[in-house]
Design a protein around this ligand. Structure first.
Ligand code: FE2
Length: 183
């Protein structure tokens, strides 16, 4: 490899170290430029971190919800976290197919996620507070998906566009269903 190429690759790697996923196969050629693949993988990694954090929050609330709404919310949260759990795998595997390492540790997810992970030291919210947090979490996922979708669309990455469009429809629907409980 020519020297100048090695240099620029190292420099760009250092620059994006904190937010960017690492290459596993920098030289793969699936018809999307390396820099576009990297930007798309970065957007998908942020989305995966948000999706994992929301999955965990929804499962936590399934366990800990109390009150007169217990039965319906316990069941509703289970339906949502089960579907979300399945989707995590598709997102991570899409990052792998683009040639990057998928984030998969709690520290990665905390670093990359836009969703605040509330400790339980101050006590759990009541059922309304839980629903409000899940509305907000689903809305955050929609915003992160929209950002990633634009990048995937600009790079001509149809499978990522397809995946993100499906997730967007799902999280917009969850946000609406949860929001309706508060009206
Ligand atoms: Fe359960």
């Amino acid at each position: 490899m020519p020297k100048h190429k090695q240099k620029s690759k190292t420099a760009s790697k250092a620059k994006h170290k904190s937010m960017s996923p690492s290459f596993t196969s920098p030289d793969i050629d699936i018809g999307i430029s390396t820099s576009d693949r990297k930007k798309i993988a970065q957007g998908l990694s942020r989305f995966l971190a948000d999706a994992y954090t929301l999955y965990l929050k929804t499962h936590n609330f399934h366990w800990n919800v109390t009150g007169t709404m217990f039965n319906s919310l316990h069941t509703m949260f289970e339906t949502q976290y089960t579907e979300q759990w399945q989707a995590l795998d598709d997102i991570a595997e899409r990052i792998r197919a683009l040639g990057f390492v998928a984030p998969g540790s709690y520290s990665d997810f905390v670093r990359l996620s836009s969703i605040r992970e509330d400790g339980q030291d101050g006590g759990l919210p009541d059922w309304k507070g839980m629903v409000q947090q899940l509305v907000s979490g689903n809305e955050i996922l929609c915003r992160t998906a929209r950002e990633a979708l634009k990048v995937a669309d600009n790079g001509g990455d149809d499978p990522s566009v397809d995946l993100l469009t499906t997730r967007l429809q799902t999280h917009e629907k969850y946000a609406w269903m949860l929001r309706s409980l508060l009206e």
